[in-house]
Design a protein around this ligand. Structure first.
Ligand code: SF4
Length: 416
């Protein structure tokens, strides 16, 4: 090995870490460095004083979207999108309400046809959260959505690019106080790549093309001094999404809407989104997010909330479930129990104060997790031990675990 640390370890120049620490050698410096990282207080022991990083949001402008602030130090805004036919007002309004109840602070709808935009006035009145109209191809849909009172519209530079029509939309949005997201997707720019690109080059040029497309389009907004702007650039590929948004964050103070497009089902969509959006948020980039995957959009909101809570960008408002991933030490079939608890807690909805529940499959980590959880189960052979705030409460039969956990959560949530 070539590194100083590696050379020291491999060549046995000293006999122990202690000996090396006493020596005035590169190895000693390396040990000192490692020791400092791991142990501010003493040699090679950890005293629990490691500082956890705090995410510092980048500086961005604040855009008011129907009373919801995006950027400028506001909490990262969760949004989702309906998958109903927008023109079916009752069905769409009902889904908007469900999404809002689950934690969506903005809800986007597809404004694809004149029949869709015809119901937007009523939808805006019925919605508990600001409505965003997603517009492609037809400038008239954008004008109708603004006229109907939508708080924001989304324009795609790839398919509404007639400068005169865009200026008309900007003027209408200015008069109405409507925000505009300029959202470019890799699908809108890929045609400009031509046939020259090989697959290895694909990630970087796509990011460049998206930035270029956006920059060209934004000249129309700059010339009109339109400030209620949110920007987005999405790819199906997490690495491209990270690259392009880093570049946008360098160039613009407009808030950024983060998302991964066409991410597929929950299996791929949730992980790709968490990889790309999580990486960017950890760098302080991104003022509003949409996690998107096929299926009930309610799951998108749940995933977005979990992502923000995991990064400590949001306080948990519900139950945090810590669960054994299962291994050969399992003392019972725990997976159905975990699923049943998870479902019951989901149905319970938000509880205050937030409660941490640990469902553990054996004694290896069970008591340790129980010490840090509000409610915990440590499963053993034939029975499980129930803990509250780290204190052993009682034994419960395997078949009673779900009911016992829920009782404890309710008791804590009720302040008992
Ligand atoms: S809690 Fe026990 S059974 Fe579950 S994964 Fe950890 S060691 Fe395995």
């Amino acid at each position: 090995m070539n590194s100083k640390i590696g050379r020291f370890v491999d060549s046995q120049e000293t006999e122990s870490w202690d000996d090396a620490a006493k020596a005035n050698s590169p190895a000693a410096a390396a040990i000192g460095f490692l020791d400092g990282l791991l142990c501010p207080a003493g040699p090679l022991g950890y005293n629990g004083a490691m500082q956890l990083p705090t995410i510092q949001p980048r500086s961005s402008r604040r855009v008011n979207v129907g009373g919801v602030g995006i950027g400028g130090g506001s909490p990262v805004v969760i949004q989702s999108m309906t998958n109903t036919r927008t023109a079916d007002l009752d069905e769409t309004a009902e889904q908007v309400e469900r999404l809002a109840a689950a934690g969506a602070e903005l809800v986007r709808i597809a404004a694809a046809t004149a029949a869709d935009t015809a119901v937007l006035g009523d939808l805006v009145r019925r919605s508990p959260v600001p409505i965003v109209a997603d517009v492609h191809f037809h400038a008239d849909r954008a004008l109708e959505a603004i006229d109907a009172g939508c708080a924001k519209i989304r324009l795609n530079p790839g398919n509404i690019d007639d400068a005169a029509r865009v200026r008309q939309i900007i003027a209408a949005a200015t008069d109405a106080g409507c925000a505009i997201r300029v959202g470019v997707n890799e699908g809108s720019v890929v045609g400009r790549c031509g046939a020259e690109l090989d697959s290895q080059q694909l990630a970087r040029p796509l990011a460049d093309l998206m930035v270029k497309k956006l920059a060209e389009y934004l000249t129309l907004f700059e010339e009109a001094r339109f400030g209620k702007l949110v920007l987005s650039a999405k790819s199906h590929d997490a690495v491209t999404t990270i690259a392009v948004n880093r570049e946008l964050a360098k160039r613009y103070e407009h808030p950024l809407h983060l998302g991964v497009t066409h991410a597929g089902t929950a299996r791929t969509g949730a992980i790709r989104s968490a990889a790309a959006i999580g990486a960017l948020l950890a760098e302080g980039i991104g003022e509003t997010i949409r996690i998107s995957f096929a299926g009930d959009p309610l799951n998108e909101v749940t995933a977005a909330t979990e992502l923000l809570a995991s990064l400590r960008l949001r306080e948990r408002t519900g139950v945090e479930l810590i669960a054994c991933p299962t291994c050969g030490r399992l003392q019972m079939d725990l997976t159905p129990v975990i699923e049943a608890v998870e479902q019951a807690l989901d149905e319970m909805g938000r509880v205050a104060p937030p409660v941490t529940v640990a469902i553990m499959g054996c004694v290896v980590n069970g008591p340790g997790e129980a010490a840090n959880a509000d409610v915990a189960i440590c499963a053993g052979k034939g029975k499980a031990v129930l803990y509250r705030h780290g204190e052993r409460v009682r034994n419960v039969a395997h078949c009673d675990i779900v009911a016992a956990v829920l009782d404890e959560v309710r008791t804590i949530a009720d302040g008992a």
